[in-house]
Design a protein. Structure first.
Length: 377
């Protein structure tokens, strides 16, 4: 998109350059010097499909799907879950490389790496675990790969050259049952490392590899997504902006939290805060996760239940970060659903707030200064 934008405005750039060059030549005759000023780039708009359906337990299930239209030389049409709770592009190898190369135990090659369809697949293999607690742990097996990747489709797209990503050959649930092809494709936009490999390579947010252009800060923001944007067929929503301005970081009303670096895990988007529900108030760590739906998972180390307990309808819930941002909601029979868990039993002390947060609030990641911004709309 950045290259296309530049070409579209080429006549304007040429005119500006000619004027500046003429002024520079005139100035040179007197002073011997002059500078050409590069225009500030315009942020790039991108989006996703907003899909909604009612699942078997009568909960409203929403998901944001990011299309990937090309990997290497292979044109494809797969939709990946837009996920602020993980970092890295994770995609099934089926339909991306020849079927003969894919087995249930790995990829069928014996060299250090192989190039197929413009994709470099390395012999660096590993496994990623996803889940909100011990009861919802899924495992994805695959290899580190590199390719030029086109993110988006005809509604808006960008191409990132030689993007590191995780090409998987198998994904299984907690019971070991294998998922159908492409049922576990994830587009993780967080600045964390989903996985690191023996050669110290890692995968992280594809957006962190995108150069927004002169004068812009590397990062992205997601505007609030009205519930009316969702449909059973999926509506395209241009809610993502790549490239941040100084106004975004200084005067747009975001509450910023500084992310710290963890060796081997990158900059985890997890914030310290306080959880309030009913008449209880407890300390917690918080993850705002667009990839979790339709339930939020609230971790309370004073809870006495040994399994996840669904809060009754009309329960008031709020989470406050240590920087003063407050997010609140009221549970309903089909929406804003939330489980309370004891970390001793769940295996996690991180309260995961679902996609419902993104319906009325904005989200921002600054890759340069490693900040996470939250804003109520």
């Amino acid at each position: 998109m950045n290259k296309l934008y530049f070409l579209k405005n080429l006549p304007f750039v040429i005119v500006v350059f000619i004027i500046l060059f003429a002024v520079s030549c005139k100035k040179d005759s007197k002073t011997g010097g002059g500078n050409v000023v590069t225009p500030v780039a315009t942020p790039t708009k991108l989006g996703f499909y907003a899909v909604e359906q009612v699942v078997v337990d009568t909960a409203i299930y929403r998901v944001l799907l990011e299309p990937i239209s090309k990997i290497g030389t292979q044109s494809i049409n797969y939709d990946l879950v837009f996920d602020t709770g993980s970092g890295g592009l994770v995609i099934d190898a089926n339909g991306v490389i020849p079927p003969a190369m894919i087995t249930s135990s790995g990829f069928n090659f014996t060299t250090d790496s192989v190039v197929v369809n413009g994709i470099t697949i390395t012999n660096q293999s590993n496994m990623i675990e996803y889940g909100d607690d011990n009861a919802t742990t899924d495992k994805v097996y695959g290899n580190l790969a590199y390719a030029n990747v086109t993110i988006g489709d005809q509604n808006g797209n960008i191409t990132i050259k030689r993007l590191p990503f995780f090409l998987y050959y198998k994904a299984v649930n907690t019971s070991g049952k294998q998922f159908s092809p492409h049922n576990f494709d994830v587009f993780g936009v967080a600045p964390e490392y989903d996985i690191t490999f023996p050669n110290n390579a890692y995968i992280t947010s594809p957006f962190s590899y995108f150069d927004p252009g002169n004068g812009l800060i590397k990062g992205f923001k997601v505007d609030a997504i009205p519930a009316t944007s969702f449909s059973s067929n999926g509506n395209w929503v241009s809610a993502v902006t790549l490239g941040l301005t100084t106004d975004d970081l200084n005067s747009a009303g975001y509450s910023f939290s500084q992310l710290s670096f963890t060796q081997g895990e990158g900059y985890l988007p997890i914030l310290p805060g306080t959880l309030n529900y009913g008449n209880k108030s407890v300390s917690t760590r918080v993850l705002f996760d667009s990839g979790t739906e339709p339930y939020s998972y609230l971790e309370d180390n004073t809870a006495t239940n040994s399994t996840a307990l669904l809060l009754p309808s009309n329960t008031s819930v709020s989470v406050s970060t240590n920087t003063g941002f407050r997010y609140s909601f009221t549970t309903m029979s089909m929406d804003n659903l939330a489980y309370v868990e004891n970390p001793k039993y769940s295996g996690s002390d991180i309260s995961v707030l679902s996609l419902d947060y993104f319906l009325n609030n904005s989200f921002l990641i600054d890759f340069t200064d490693h900040k996470l911004g939250l804003k109520s709309n």
